[in-house]
Design a protein around this ligand. Structure first.
Ligand code: AMP
Ligand code: ZN
Length: 119
């Protein structure tokens, strides 16, 4: 999608601190980290949000989640070193979910204890 900032990051039109990339996904550090570890994993395919998920993309979301946990738990410098203490995996969807970028993304937050429930 031409006016989507995450599609622009994938295409290299907007800079990002890349962690991982393959033919179907891209992972990068969040520009406004809410924890010492805060990165995003996104599909290269523009999917607006989790609630627009089509049947053909269900397995893709599984692979995104799997890559998210792999990156989170791998020791530094290849991963983010959250294997021992854990992390939070979040997908915000649409207005009430707090989604601000309309391109499906998994947040991974770690490096400190996070409170629950969210505000
Ligand atoms: P959400 O509110 O769930 O839609 O999350 C969108 C996230 O994208 C926020 O945490 C933003 O800080 C992050 N973000 C927005 N623009 C960029 C960017 N150019 N590079 C990295 N992260 C970004
Ligand atoms: Zn997009």
């Amino acid at each position: 999608m031409s006016d989507c900032i995450f599609c622009k990051i994938i295409k290299g039109e907007i800079p990002a601190r890349k962690i991982y990339e393959d033919e179907e996904m891209f992972a990068f550090h969040d520009i406004t980290p809410m924890a010492p570890v805060h990165f995003l994993v996104i599909p290269k395919k523009h999917i607006s949000n989790l609630m627009e998920l089509e049947a053909e993309d269900i397995a893709l979301v599984g692979r995104l989640l799997n890559k998210a946990q792999q990156i989170a738990k791998e020791p530094k410098p290849t991963g983010l070193g959250c294997g021992e203490n854990g992390a939070r995996f979040v997908i915000n969807a649409k207005r009430d979910g707090g989604q601000t970028v309309d391109h499906l993304h998994i947040h991974v937050l770690g490096g400190r204890a996070l409170s629950w429930p969210p505000g």
